[in-house]
Design a protein around this ligand. Structure first.
Ligand code: ADP
Ligand code: MG
Length: 235
């Protein structure tokens, strides 16, 4: 409606797609678990950023999204909140991984996991890293012990899938962070290969820039994508 359009205009949120919910103006306003809202506050996140205002409610209704927003706009939390939310609401015992986050680098994976730990503090939400530089056996062991979310790089995850029987068919949310960088670094085939091991997850894709290749990835992984872009596009 008109109010929603005005709000989006003011926040420089642009959307394309069917039935995209209106932006949330606070973390308390979309039925998130109380403890998660407390954790957001404890992390110093009092208000959602514009990308979070629009991406969180859209992801929460199960919609696949392609989000473009500048570096520093708070994209990480905009997918971690829906992930934590789903993971603690679904009965998941023994714990099987429900979310898989792929990023182009080990360092980024470590940062994402750190933020996830802050948001999942005190909640039944465990995470595992699948990146190079640490022993793979330990990473496999941790996953088998039961985790809700795996954060990894495509190359290392493929390596793990080849060498160990790690089941990914419980994954219901796939996140591709920094899709533009992943494409530039030649991860397209690997991402597709990983996607084949999943059973039709909701896909949340994030990029600072949208190129033909980024669109190609998006269209290969999901139908009925909601497009969200925030701020002036950086070329
Ligand atoms: P992006 O992935 O879009 O580059 P990040 O997710 O890395 O951005 O977030 C950038 C910075 O903003 C981080 O330091 C993060 O902790 C902080 N941040 C994210 N969301 C909020 C928020 N709602 N309130 C305050 N700070 C936030
Ligand atoms: Mg980021």
């Amino acid at each position: 409606n008109y109010q929603t359009e005005l709000l989006r205009e003011r926040l420089e949120i642009f959307v394309r797609g069917d039935s995209i919910p209106e932006p949330i103006l606070s973390f308390g306003s979309c039925d998130l678990p109380q403890k998660l809202v407390q954790n957001l506050e404890a992390t110093g996140y009092e208000m959602p950023t514009p990308v979070q205002m629009q991406a969180i409610p859209t992801a929460l209704i199960g919609q696949s999204i392609l989000v473009s927003a500048q570096t520093g706009s708070g994209k990480t939390c905009s997918y971690l909140v829906p992930i934590v939310c789903r993971c603690i609401k679904i009965k998941n015992n023994p714990q099987k991984p429900l979310a898989l986050v792929l990023t182009p680098t080990r360092e980024l994976c470590i940062q994402v996991e750190e933020q996830a730990k802050l948001l999942g503090k005190g909640l039944p939400f465990k995470t595992a890293l699948v990146v190079g530089g640490d022993a793979m056996a330990g990473q496999v062991y941790r996953i088998k012990q039961g985790v809700s979310m795996i954060v990894g790089t495509p190359g290392r995850l493929i390596d793990m899938l080849i060498k160990h029987d790690v089941e990914l068919d419980s994954i219901s949310i796939l996140v591709l962070d920094e899709v533009d960088c992943m494409v530039e670094q030649g991860f397209y085939e690997q991402v597709m290969q990983i996607f084949q091991a999943l059973s039709q997850p909701q896909v949340l894709m994030y990029s600072a820039t949208i190129s033909k290749q980024v669109e190609k990835v998006a269209n290969s992984l999901a139908r009925d994508i909601a497009y969200i872009s925030v701020g002036r596009p950086n070329k």
